[in-house]
Ligand binder design. Sequence first.
Ligand code: AMP
Length: 111
Amino acid sequence: MSTIFGLIIEGKIPSKKVFENERILAIEDIHPVAPVHILIMPKKPIPNLQSVEPGDWPLIAELLQVAQKIAEEKEVEEGYRLLTNNGPDAGQTVFHLHFHLIGGRVLGKMC
Ligand code: AMP
């Protein structure tokens, strides 16, 4: 079953795109927690980081490269957080792997 991000990737639900290529999509988070809050995801429907299979690692590496590029473009390279919530106990709500790139303000400690 497709997730909301699957529907966004298929173009069935609108989003504010920040980056797109054949394998990766980055969009603005609909409920930003900071001035910069971008979601970076593979187009391949991988549920979360624990579901990544050996052949997917080049894709994850590319995704991290995209995150680095977006951080530069958004001028937050001096301080940003890149995280993924893995599973319900971590607060994952959309079961399509995505990394939150958060910045644009002083973030402080994690918890
Ligand atoms: P997580 O809780 O880590 O699974 O993160 C899911 C994120 O997706 C949350 O930060 C939501 O605000 C965001 N989100 C949910 N629906 C949309 C949407 N249609 N467009 C953009 N972001 C969304």
